[in-house]
Design a protein. Structure first.
Length: 210
């Protein structure tokens, strides 16, 4: 929101007792609109901050220290090479880039760091939310150990106009992704879908492409 412009601001110090905070201006590096990581991040802010939600619904103001990067890798590189920079990127890119990342406060009031364990805890807690017909992605899952910025990956599918053989191939591929292919994502900054979620996705896939 632009209320805090320097890293040694007392409001940051209060949340990080004992940390040696530099006297550096904050530079915001972000992804452009329409990207998945920006969508998840801004939806989380809108859910947890009434002020941010009001700001998104009204006239926007520019943040003078804002830098925009198109690709996740370039965004991570920009944060690493810019003193005082902060940005957001999926956990897999942060790990691959060796980018330092902080804890995020979840719905239980706990500050949790992204990890396979905290993402798995959030995914398990969110499995019931996919059965609720509500707008926006499921975020800020309940549970003290849940990483609040955990959400799902979506696949956008054409449901008409494709040749039948292409539809069959697409169905086979996506069905594999939701089943046997889940075993290949471990170690890449992602976690398996909870079984009820994968099963529901397979039912939806069957209805769309059959």
């Amino acid at each position: 929101m632009g209320h805090i412009s320097n890293w040694n601001d007392e409001r940051i110090a209060k949340l990080n007792p004992g940390a040696l905070l530099p006297d550096l201006p904050i530079t915001l590096v972000q992804r452009p609109g329409g990207t998945g990581s920006r969508y998840i991040f801004t939806e989380f802010l809108a859910k947890t901050s009434p002020e941010f939600r009001r700001w998104t619904e009204g006239p926007r103001h520019d943040v003078s220290s804002e830098v925009e990067e198109e690709l996740s890798q370039r965004m991570a590189g920009k944060v690493m090479s810019t003193p005082g920079a902060i940005g957001f990127v999926s956990w897999s890119f942060a790990v691959q880039s060796g980018l330092a990342y902080g804890r995020v406060q979840n719905s239980s009031g706990k500050f949790v760091k992204a990890s396979l364990a905290s993402i798995s805890a959030a995914a398990a807690a969110m499995r019931e939310l996919v059965f609720v017909n509500s707008p926006g992605p499921p975020l800020d899952a309940p549970g003290e150990n849940s990483y609040p910025l955990t959400s799902f990956v979506w696949a956008y599918l054409p449901v008409s106009g494709m040749a039948s053989e292409r539809t069959d191939d697409l169905h086979e591929f996506l069905n594999w992704c939701l089943g046997e292919g889940q075993s290949l994502i471990e170690g890449h900054g992602y976690d398996r879908l909870p079984e009820p979620v994968a099963a529901r996705a397979q039912v939806k896939l069957q209805a769309l492409l059959r």
